[in-house]
Design a protein around this ligand. Structure first.
Ligand SMILES: Cc1ncc(COP(=O)(O)O)c(C=O)c1O
Length: 469
Protein backbone atom coordinates (compact mmCIF):
# COMPACT_ATOMS: atom_id res chain seq x y z
CA UNK A 1 0.00 0.00 0.00
CA UNK A 2 1.32 3.46 -0.96
CA UNK A 3 1.91 5.56 2.18
CA UNK A 4 -0.85 8.10 2.85
CA UNK A 5 0.32 11.69 2.27
CA UNK A 6 -1.18 14.25 4.64
CA UNK A 7 -2.21 17.39 2.82
CA UNK A 8 0.09 20.36 3.31
CA UNK A 9 -2.42 22.72 1.75
CA UNK A 10 -3.93 24.84 4.54
CA UNK A 11 -7.64 24.18 4.94
CA UNK A 12 -10.01 26.65 6.60
CA UNK A 13 -11.61 24.68 9.39
CA UNK A 14 -14.28 25.62 11.95
CA UNK A 15 -12.86 27.26 15.08
CA UNK A 16 -12.72 25.05 18.15
CA UNK A 17 -12.53 26.39 21.69
CA UNK A 18 -12.98 24.07 24.66
CA UNK A 19 -11.20 23.67 27.96
CA UNK A 20 -8.66 21.36 26.35
CA UNK A 21 -8.56 22.28 22.65
CA UNK A 22 -8.22 25.39 20.54
CA UNK A 23 -8.11 25.57 16.75
CA UNK A 24 -8.04 29.14 15.49
CA UNK A 25 -6.13 28.99 12.19
CA UNK A 26 -6.22 27.08 8.95
CA UNK A 27 -4.69 23.60 9.33
CA UNK A 28 -1.88 23.08 8.58
CA UNK A 29 -0.98 26.56 9.79
CA UNK A 30 0.30 28.55 6.77
CA UNK A 31 3.18 30.01 8.83
CA UNK A 32 4.26 26.50 9.85
CA UNK A 33 4.91 25.42 6.28
CA UNK A 34 8.38 27.02 5.90
CA UNK A 35 9.51 25.03 8.97
CA UNK A 36 8.16 21.79 7.55
CA UNK A 37 9.71 22.63 4.17
CA UNK A 38 13.12 23.28 5.79
CA UNK A 39 13.01 19.91 7.51
CA UNK A 40 12.01 18.25 4.25
CA UNK A 41 14.92 20.00 2.53
CA UNK A 42 17.63 19.10 5.05
CA UNK A 43 16.59 15.83 6.65
CA UNK A 44 16.42 12.31 5.31
CA UNK A 45 12.91 11.59 4.14
CA UNK A 46 13.02 8.45 6.29
CA UNK A 47 11.87 10.66 9.18
CA UNK A 48 8.92 12.14 7.29
CA UNK A 49 5.30 11.32 6.56
CA UNK A 50 3.99 12.58 9.88
CA UNK A 51 0.95 14.83 10.31
CA UNK A 52 1.81 18.47 9.48
CA UNK A 53 1.82 20.08 12.91
CA UNK A 54 4.78 22.00 14.34
CA UNK A 55 5.09 21.46 18.07
CA UNK A 56 5.96 24.55 20.10
CA UNK A 57 5.29 23.24 23.59
CA UNK A 58 3.79 20.12 25.12
CA UNK A 59 2.43 20.07 28.65
CA UNK A 60 0.70 17.15 30.34
CA UNK A 61 -2.00 16.03 27.86
CA UNK A 62 -1.78 18.99 25.47
CA UNK A 63 0.31 20.00 22.49
CA UNK A 64 0.63 23.72 21.65
CA UNK A 65 1.88 25.19 18.39
CA UNK A 66 3.32 28.72 17.93
CA UNK A 67 0.07 30.15 16.57
CA UNK A 68 -2.38 29.59 19.42
CA UNK A 69 -3.66 26.13 18.50
CA UNK A 70 -3.95 23.47 21.18
CA UNK A 71 -4.47 19.72 20.68
CA UNK A 72 -5.39 16.92 23.05
CA UNK A 73 -2.59 14.42 22.64
CA UNK A 74 -3.74 10.81 22.30
CA UNK A 75 -0.23 9.64 21.39
CA UNK A 76 2.02 10.46 24.37
CA UNK A 77 4.33 11.41 21.44
CA UNK A 78 4.64 7.70 20.70
CA UNK A 79 3.90 6.00 24.02
CA UNK A 80 6.68 7.97 25.72
CA UNK A 81 5.13 10.63 27.96
CA UNK A 82 3.14 8.29 30.18
CA UNK A 83 3.65 10.67 33.12
CA UNK A 84 2.48 13.61 31.00
CA UNK A 85 4.45 15.97 28.79
CA UNK A 86 6.99 18.12 30.64
CA UNK A 87 5.99 16.74 34.01
CA UNK A 88 6.92 19.29 36.69
CA UNK A 89 8.84 16.78 38.81
CA UNK A 90 10.86 15.58 35.82
CA UNK A 91 11.58 19.18 34.79
CA UNK A 92 12.82 19.98 38.30
CA UNK A 93 15.05 16.90 38.35
CA UNK A 94 16.55 17.98 35.02
CA UNK A 95 17.09 21.53 36.30
CA UNK A 96 18.93 19.97 39.26
CA UNK A 97 21.34 18.16 36.91
CA UNK A 98 21.87 21.33 34.88
CA UNK A 99 22.62 23.31 38.04
CA UNK A 100 25.04 20.60 39.16
CA UNK A 101 26.84 20.96 35.80
CA UNK A 102 27.08 17.24 35.17
CA UNK A 103 25.99 16.60 31.62
CA UNK A 104 27.98 13.48 30.84
CA UNK A 105 29.84 10.83 32.80
CA UNK A 106 30.38 7.93 30.34
CA UNK A 107 30.73 4.77 32.49
CA UNK A 108 32.21 6.62 35.48
CA UNK A 109 30.00 6.35 38.55
CA UNK A 110 27.54 9.05 39.56
CA UNK A 111 25.07 9.37 42.41
CA UNK A 112 22.15 9.79 40.04
CA UNK A 113 22.96 6.58 38.13
CA UNK A 114 23.19 4.64 41.41
CA UNK A 115 19.84 5.98 42.64
CA UNK A 116 18.07 5.39 39.35
CA UNK A 117 19.33 1.82 38.94
CA UNK A 118 18.23 0.95 42.47
CA UNK A 119 14.76 2.39 41.84
CA UNK A 120 14.41 0.74 38.45
CA UNK A 121 15.41 -2.73 39.58
CA UNK A 122 13.13 -2.41 42.60
CA UNK A 123 10.14 -1.53 40.44
CA UNK A 124 10.64 -4.72 38.38
CA UNK A 125 9.61 -8.21 39.53
CA UNK A 126 11.95 -9.54 42.25
CA UNK A 127 13.62 -12.17 40.03
CA UNK A 128 14.99 -9.45 37.72
CA UNK A 129 17.97 -8.26 39.73
CA UNK A 130 20.10 -6.12 37.40
CA UNK A 131 19.67 -3.57 34.65
CA UNK A 132 21.69 -2.08 31.83
CA UNK A 133 20.94 1.40 30.48
CA UNK A 134 21.08 2.63 26.90
CA UNK A 135 19.47 5.41 24.89
CA UNK A 136 17.08 3.81 22.38
CA UNK A 137 14.68 0.91 22.45
CA UNK A 138 16.38 -0.73 19.49
CA UNK A 139 19.65 -0.82 21.42
CA UNK A 140 17.87 -2.59 24.26
CA UNK A 141 16.60 -5.15 21.72
CA UNK A 142 20.15 -5.70 20.45
CA UNK A 143 21.30 -6.32 24.01
CA UNK A 144 18.52 -8.85 24.58
CA UNK A 145 19.69 -10.71 21.47
CA UNK A 146 23.26 -10.64 22.69
CA UNK A 147 22.35 -11.89 26.15
CA UNK A 148 20.24 -14.73 24.74
CA UNK A 149 23.08 -15.81 22.47
CA UNK A 150 25.72 -15.58 25.21
CA UNK A 151 23.51 -17.67 27.47
CA UNK A 152 22.98 -20.27 24.73
CA UNK A 153 26.74 -20.46 24.18
CA UNK A 154 27.40 -20.80 27.89
CA UNK A 155 24.92 -23.67 28.01
CA UNK A 156 26.58 -25.27 24.97
CA UNK A 157 23.49 -25.20 22.79
CA UNK A 158 24.09 -26.37 19.25
CA UNK A 159 22.69 -23.11 17.84
CA UNK A 160 21.87 -19.78 19.54
CA UNK A 161 18.43 -19.71 17.94
CA UNK A 162 15.78 -17.15 18.79
CA UNK A 163 12.04 -17.48 18.25
CA UNK A 164 10.25 -14.29 17.20
CA UNK A 165 6.88 -13.39 15.73
CA UNK A 166 5.58 -12.11 12.43
CA UNK A 167 3.86 -8.76 12.83
CA UNK A 168 5.97 -7.73 15.82
CA UNK A 169 8.28 -4.73 15.98
CA UNK A 170 11.46 -4.46 18.01
CA UNK A 171 13.40 -1.59 16.42
CA UNK A 172 15.23 -0.53 13.28
CA UNK A 173 18.82 -1.65 13.82
CA UNK A 174 19.93 -4.83 12.09
CA UNK A 175 19.41 -7.40 14.83
CA UNK A 176 16.14 -5.81 15.89
CA UNK A 177 14.94 -5.82 12.28
CA UNK A 178 15.90 -9.50 12.00
CA UNK A 179 13.49 -10.40 14.79
CA UNK A 180 10.82 -7.90 13.75
CA UNK A 181 8.13 -9.59 11.75
CA UNK A 182 7.72 -7.28 8.78
CA UNK A 183 9.29 -8.69 5.61
CA UNK A 184 9.47 -5.29 3.90
CA UNK A 185 11.36 -3.80 6.83
CA UNK A 186 14.03 -6.51 6.56
CA UNK A 187 14.54 -6.45 2.80
CA UNK A 188 17.49 -4.04 3.04
CA UNK A 189 19.46 -6.63 5.05
CA UNK A 190 19.58 -8.99 2.09
CA UNK A 191 19.47 -12.23 4.04
CA UNK A 192 17.53 -13.80 6.85
CA UNK A 193 19.51 -14.75 9.92
CA UNK A 194 19.34 -18.58 9.92
CA UNK A 195 19.19 -18.55 13.71
CA UNK A 196 16.00 -16.51 13.88
CA UNK A 197 12.93 -18.73 13.78
CA UNK A 198 9.81 -16.78 12.97
CA UNK A 199 6.28 -17.84 13.92
CA UNK A 200 2.93 -16.36 12.91
CA UNK A 201 1.45 -14.09 15.55
CA UNK A 202 -1.76 -15.83 16.70
CA UNK A 203 -4.06 -12.92 15.82
CA UNK A 204 -7.27 -14.92 15.91
CA UNK A 205 -8.47 -13.48 12.61
CA UNK A 206 -7.46 -13.67 8.95
CA UNK A 207 -6.85 -10.79 6.53
CA UNK A 208 -10.62 -10.33 6.15
CA UNK A 209 -11.16 -10.50 9.88
CA UNK A 210 -12.81 -13.92 9.76
CA UNK A 211 -12.56 -15.61 13.13
CA UNK A 212 -9.52 -17.90 13.34
CA UNK A 213 -9.26 -18.02 17.08
CA UNK A 214 -7.85 -21.21 18.47
CA UNK A 215 -7.08 -22.42 21.96
CA UNK A 216 -3.65 -21.15 23.09
CA UNK A 217 -2.39 -24.61 24.05
CA UNK A 218 -3.45 -26.03 20.67
CA UNK A 219 -1.70 -23.15 18.87
CA UNK A 220 1.45 -23.74 20.93
CA UNK A 221 1.49 -27.43 19.97
CA UNK A 222 0.95 -26.54 16.31
CA UNK A 223 3.88 -24.15 16.47
CA UNK A 224 6.14 -26.75 18.08
CA UNK A 225 5.22 -29.13 15.25
CA UNK A 226 5.87 -26.47 12.62
CA UNK A 227 9.28 -25.64 14.05
CA UNK A 228 10.25 -29.31 14.24
CA UNK A 229 9.09 -29.76 10.66
CA UNK A 230 11.61 -27.05 9.72
CA UNK A 231 14.37 -29.24 11.15
CA UNK A 232 14.74 -27.25 14.34
CA UNK A 233 15.68 -29.26 17.38
CA UNK A 234 13.89 -27.10 19.93
CA UNK A 235 15.85 -28.28 22.94
CA UNK A 236 19.28 -27.78 21.35
CA UNK A 237 18.75 -25.08 18.77
CA UNK A 238 16.76 -22.46 20.66
CA UNK A 239 18.28 -20.08 23.20
CA UNK A 240 15.41 -17.66 23.64
CA UNK A 241 11.98 -16.51 22.66
CA UNK A 242 11.13 -12.83 22.31
CA UNK A 243 7.55 -11.63 22.66
CA UNK A 244 6.47 -8.07 22.00
CA UNK A 245 4.17 -7.97 25.03
CA UNK A 246 1.38 -6.87 22.75
CA UNK A 247 1.70 -6.49 19.00
CA UNK A 248 2.18 -2.75 18.69
CA UNK A 249 0.22 -1.71 15.63
CA UNK A 250 -2.86 -3.71 16.68
CA UNK A 251 -2.54 -3.54 20.49
CA UNK A 252 -3.22 -7.29 20.29
CA UNK A 253 -2.22 -9.60 23.12
CA UNK A 254 -1.28 -13.25 22.66
CA UNK A 255 -3.71 -15.79 24.11
CA UNK A 256 -2.66 -16.16 27.74
CA UNK A 257 -2.45 -19.99 27.60
CA UNK A 258 -0.21 -19.69 24.55
CA UNK A 259 2.41 -17.60 26.38
CA UNK A 260 2.08 -19.78 29.47
CA UNK A 261 2.71 -22.90 27.39
CA UNK A 262 5.85 -21.34 25.91
CA UNK A 263 6.99 -20.18 29.34
CA UNK A 264 6.71 -23.71 30.74
CA UNK A 265 8.47 -25.16 27.71
CA UNK A 266 11.21 -22.53 27.94
CA UNK A 267 11.83 -23.27 31.59
CA UNK A 268 12.36 -26.99 31.05
CA UNK A 269 14.54 -26.51 27.97
CA UNK A 270 16.98 -23.79 29.03
CA UNK A 271 15.30 -21.22 26.77
CA UNK A 272 15.21 -17.61 27.93
CA UNK A 273 11.87 -15.84 27.97
CA UNK A 274 12.14 -12.19 26.94
CA UNK A 275 9.44 -9.55 26.63
CA UNK A 276 9.74 -6.33 24.67
CA UNK A 277 8.11 -3.80 27.00
CA UNK A 278 9.44 -0.80 25.11
CA UNK A 279 5.98 0.38 24.13
CA UNK A 280 3.87 -1.69 26.51
CA UNK A 281 5.66 -1.01 29.80
CA UNK A 282 5.31 1.61 32.49
CA UNK A 283 1.62 1.47 33.19
CA UNK A 284 0.35 1.62 29.64
CA UNK A 285 -1.86 -1.47 29.95
CA UNK A 286 -2.99 -1.04 33.56
CA UNK A 287 -0.08 -3.01 35.04
CA UNK A 288 3.49 -1.79 35.46
CA UNK A 289 4.63 -4.20 32.72
CA UNK A 290 2.24 -5.61 30.16
CA UNK A 291 3.64 -9.16 30.36
CA UNK A 292 2.24 -9.36 33.90
CA UNK A 293 -1.14 -10.04 32.21
CA UNK A 294 0.23 -13.46 31.20
CA UNK A 295 1.16 -14.53 34.76
CA UNK A 296 4.58 -15.82 33.74
CA UNK A 297 8.12 -15.07 34.90
CA UNK A 298 10.40 -13.31 32.43
CA UNK A 299 14.17 -13.75 32.25
CA UNK A 300 14.73 -10.47 30.42
CA UNK A 301 12.64 -7.42 29.65
CA UNK A 302 13.55 -4.54 27.39
CA UNK A 303 12.21 -1.09 28.21
CA UNK A 304 12.28 2.37 26.66
CA UNK A 305 9.81 5.15 25.88
CA UNK A 306 7.72 5.48 29.09
CA UNK A 307 10.79 4.64 31.17
CA UNK A 308 11.66 8.34 31.28
CA UNK A 309 8.43 9.92 29.96
CA UNK A 310 10.83 12.33 28.26
CA UNK A 311 14.55 12.03 27.44
CA UNK A 312 16.21 9.22 25.43
CA UNK A 313 16.47 6.30 27.83
CA UNK A 314 16.10 2.56 27.42
CA UNK A 315 17.04 -0.44 29.51
CA UNK A 316 17.30 -4.17 29.74
CA UNK A 317 16.31 -5.59 33.11
CA UNK A 318 17.02 -9.23 33.74
CA UNK A 319 18.05 -12.05 35.99
CA UNK A 320 21.39 -11.05 37.51
CA UNK A 321 23.33 -14.09 36.27
CA UNK A 322 22.25 -13.42 32.69
CA UNK A 323 22.91 -9.69 32.91
CA UNK A 324 26.45 -10.48 34.09
CA UNK A 325 27.27 -12.77 31.15
CA UNK A 326 29.05 -10.11 29.04
CA UNK A 327 32.62 -9.41 30.15
CA UNK A 328 33.47 -6.16 31.89
CA UNK A 329 33.37 -3.31 29.40
CA UNK A 330 31.83 -5.41 26.63
CA UNK A 331 28.27 -4.13 26.95
CA UNK A 332 28.46 -0.39 27.33
CA UNK A 333 27.93 2.65 25.20
CA UNK A 334 29.17 6.25 25.31
CA UNK A 335 25.78 7.65 26.15
CA UNK A 336 24.57 4.82 28.39
CA UNK A 337 23.21 6.15 31.65
CA UNK A 338 23.61 9.82 30.86
CA UNK A 339 22.96 11.83 34.08
CA UNK A 340 20.11 13.80 32.51
CA UNK A 341 18.40 10.62 31.34
CA UNK A 342 18.91 8.94 34.72
CA UNK A 343 17.45 11.97 36.51
CA UNK A 344 14.44 11.93 34.18
CA UNK A 345 14.01 8.18 34.71
CA UNK A 346 14.21 8.45 38.49
CA UNK A 347 11.79 11.36 38.68
CA UNK A 348 9.44 9.52 36.32
CA UNK A 349 9.32 6.45 38.56
CA UNK A 350 8.66 8.70 41.55
CA UNK A 351 5.80 10.35 39.68
CA UNK A 352 4.38 6.89 38.97
CA UNK A 353 4.27 6.19 42.70
CA UNK A 354 3.03 9.60 43.80
CA UNK A 355 0.28 9.78 41.18
CA UNK A 356 -0.56 6.08 41.34
CA UNK A 357 -0.32 6.00 37.57
CA UNK A 358 -0.60 2.25 37.14
CA UNK A 359 -3.93 2.19 38.98
CA UNK A 360 -5.02 5.33 37.13
CA UNK A 361 -4.29 3.62 33.83
CA UNK A 362 -6.46 0.69 34.88
CA UNK A 363 -9.28 2.97 36.02
CA UNK A 364 -9.25 5.26 32.99
CA UNK A 365 -8.82 2.22 30.78
CA UNK A 366 -12.33 1.17 31.79
CA UNK A 367 -13.72 4.51 30.61
CA UNK A 368 -11.81 4.11 27.35
CA UNK A 369 -13.00 0.54 26.87
CA UNK A 370 -16.66 1.44 27.41
CA UNK A 371 -16.47 4.18 24.77
CA UNK A 372 -14.62 1.94 22.34
CA UNK A 373 -17.25 -0.77 22.81
CA UNK A 374 -19.98 1.74 22.04
CA UNK A 375 -18.18 2.84 18.87
CA UNK A 376 -17.75 -0.80 17.89
CA UNK A 377 -21.50 -1.29 18.21
CA UNK A 378 -22.27 1.88 16.26
CA UNK A 379 -19.85 0.98 13.47
CA UNK A 380 -20.03 -2.79 13.67
CA UNK A 381 -19.59 -3.04 9.89
CA UNK A 382 -16.46 -0.88 9.87
CA UNK A 383 -14.67 -1.60 13.14
CA UNK A 384 -13.42 -5.15 12.76
CA UNK A 385 -11.54 -5.39 16.06
CA UNK A 386 -10.64 -3.00 18.83
CA UNK A 387 -8.25 -4.58 21.33
CA UNK A 388 -8.14 -2.36 24.43
CA UNK A 389 -6.14 -2.92 27.59
CA UNK A 390 -5.62 -0.16 30.13
CA UNK A 391 -4.80 3.04 28.29
CA UNK A 392 -4.06 1.63 24.88
CA UNK A 393 -6.45 0.72 22.14
CA UNK A 394 -6.19 0.02 18.44
CA UNK A 395 -9.35 0.46 16.42
CA UNK A 396 -8.98 -1.75 13.35
CA UNK A 397 -11.02 -0.64 10.37
CA UNK A 398 -12.33 -2.72 7.50
CA UNK A 399 -14.34 -2.16 4.35
CA UNK A 400 -18.01 -2.84 5.20
CA UNK A 401 -18.53 -4.91 2.05
CA UNK A 402 -15.27 -6.73 1.30
CA UNK A 403 -14.06 -6.79 4.95
CA UNK A 404 -10.59 -5.92 3.70
CA UNK A 405 -8.34 -3.81 5.93
CA UNK A 406 -9.17 -0.13 5.46
CA UNK A 407 -6.02 1.92 5.97
CA UNK A 408 -7.34 4.89 3.99
CA UNK A 409 -10.19 5.62 6.41
CA UNK A 410 -7.79 5.33 9.34
CA UNK A 411 -5.54 7.99 7.78
CA UNK A 412 -8.46 10.25 6.88
CA UNK A 413 -9.77 10.03 10.44
CA UNK A 414 -6.34 11.02 11.80
CA UNK A 415 -6.28 13.99 9.41
CA UNK A 416 -9.82 15.05 10.34
CA UNK A 417 -8.95 14.80 14.04
CA UNK A 418 -5.91 17.03 13.60
CA UNK A 419 -8.18 19.71 12.15
CA UNK A 420 -10.39 19.49 15.25
CA UNK A 421 -7.66 19.60 17.89
CA UNK A 422 -6.92 15.93 18.53
CA UNK A 423 -3.73 14.06 17.72
CA UNK A 424 -4.18 10.32 17.15
CA UNK A 425 -1.46 7.74 16.49
CA UNK A 426 -1.24 7.33 12.72
CA UNK A 427 0.04 3.79 12.14
CA UNK A 428 -0.06 3.99 8.35
CA UNK A 429 -2.25 0.94 8.27
CA UNK A 430 -5.80 -0.05 9.20
CA UNK A 431 -5.46 0.79 12.88
CA UNK A 432 -6.15 4.02 14.73
CA UNK A 433 -4.18 3.85 17.91
CA UNK A 434 -4.89 5.71 21.09
CA UNK A 435 -2.41 6.07 23.94
CA UNK A 436 -2.87 9.30 25.90
CA UNK A 437 -0.63 10.30 28.81
CA UNK A 438 -1.82 8.34 31.84
CA UNK A 439 -2.30 11.67 33.62
CA UNK A 440 -5.08 12.79 31.25
CA UNK A 441 -8.18 14.07 33.11
CA UNK A 442 -11.25 11.89 32.58
CA UNK A 443 -13.13 14.76 30.88
CA UNK A 444 -10.31 15.29 28.37
CA UNK A 445 -10.24 11.57 27.58
CA UNK A 446 -13.99 11.61 27.01
CA UNK A 447 -13.79 14.82 24.96
CA UNK A 448 -11.07 13.33 22.77
CA UNK A 449 -13.15 10.22 22.17
CA UNK A 450 -16.12 12.40 21.20
CA UNK A 451 -13.92 14.13 18.63
CA UNK A 452 -12.84 10.75 17.31
CA UNK A 453 -16.50 9.76 16.94
CA UNK A 454 -17.25 13.02 15.06
CA UNK A 455 -14.37 12.25 12.71
CA UNK A 456 -15.63 8.71 12.13
CA UNK A 457 -19.12 10.10 11.41
CA UNK A 458 -17.64 12.51 8.88
CA UNK A 459 -15.23 10.14 7.16
CA UNK A 460 -17.60 7.16 7.04
CA UNK A 461 -20.49 9.48 6.06
CA UNK A 462 -18.55 11.03 3.21
CA UNK A 463 -17.44 7.63 1.94
CA UNK A 464 -21.11 6.48 2.01
CA UNK A 465 -22.21 9.65 0.18
CA UNK A 466 -19.47 9.11 -2.35
CA UNK A 467 -20.45 5.54 -3.05
CA UNK A 468 -24.20 6.33 -3.28
CA UNK A 469 -23.58 8.92 -6.07
C1 LIG B 1 7.71 -2.60 20.84
C2 LIG B 1 8.85 -1.72 20.38
N1 LIG B 1 10.11 -2.22 20.44
C3 LIG B 1 11.15 -1.46 20.05
C4 LIG B 1 10.98 -0.19 19.58
C5 LIG B 1 12.17 0.62 19.15
O1 LIG B 1 12.40 1.65 20.04
P1 LIG B 1 13.25 2.94 19.58
O2 LIG B 1 12.46 3.65 18.55
O3 LIG B 1 13.44 3.72 20.85
O4 LIG B 1 14.55 2.42 19.05
C6 LIG B 1 9.70 0.35 19.50
C7 LIG B 1 9.48 1.71 18.96
O5 LIG B 1 8.45 2.07 18.46
C8 LIG B 1 8.59 -0.43 19.92
O6 LIG B 1 7.34 0.02 19.86
Amino acid sequence: MKPFAFSIVPVDVPCVKTEYRCIQTAIPVPQSLPIIEKITRYESRSMHGQMPVVWGRAKDLQVFDHWGNIWIDFTSTIFVTNAGHANEKILNALRGVLDQELLHTYTYASKIRASFLEKLVNCAPASLGKAYLVSAGTEATEMVLKLIRLNAMKNKKRRPGIIAFDGSFHGRTMGAAQISGHDAQREWIGYDDPNIFRLQFPFGWDDKFNDLSVDGQVQFERDLEALRARGIDLENDVGGIVFESYIGWAAAFYPKEYVQAWAAFAKTNGILLAFDEIQAGFGRTGTMFAYEHYDVEADLISCGKGLSSSLPLAAVIGRAEIMDLPDEGSMSSTHSANPMSCAAGLANLEVFEEMNLVEESKRKGKILKDIVKRLQKKYSDRIAQAPTQGMVTAILLCDPVTREADGLSASLICEAALRKGLILVHTGRESIKIGPPLTIPDEALIEGMEVLEECMDEVFGSICEHSSH
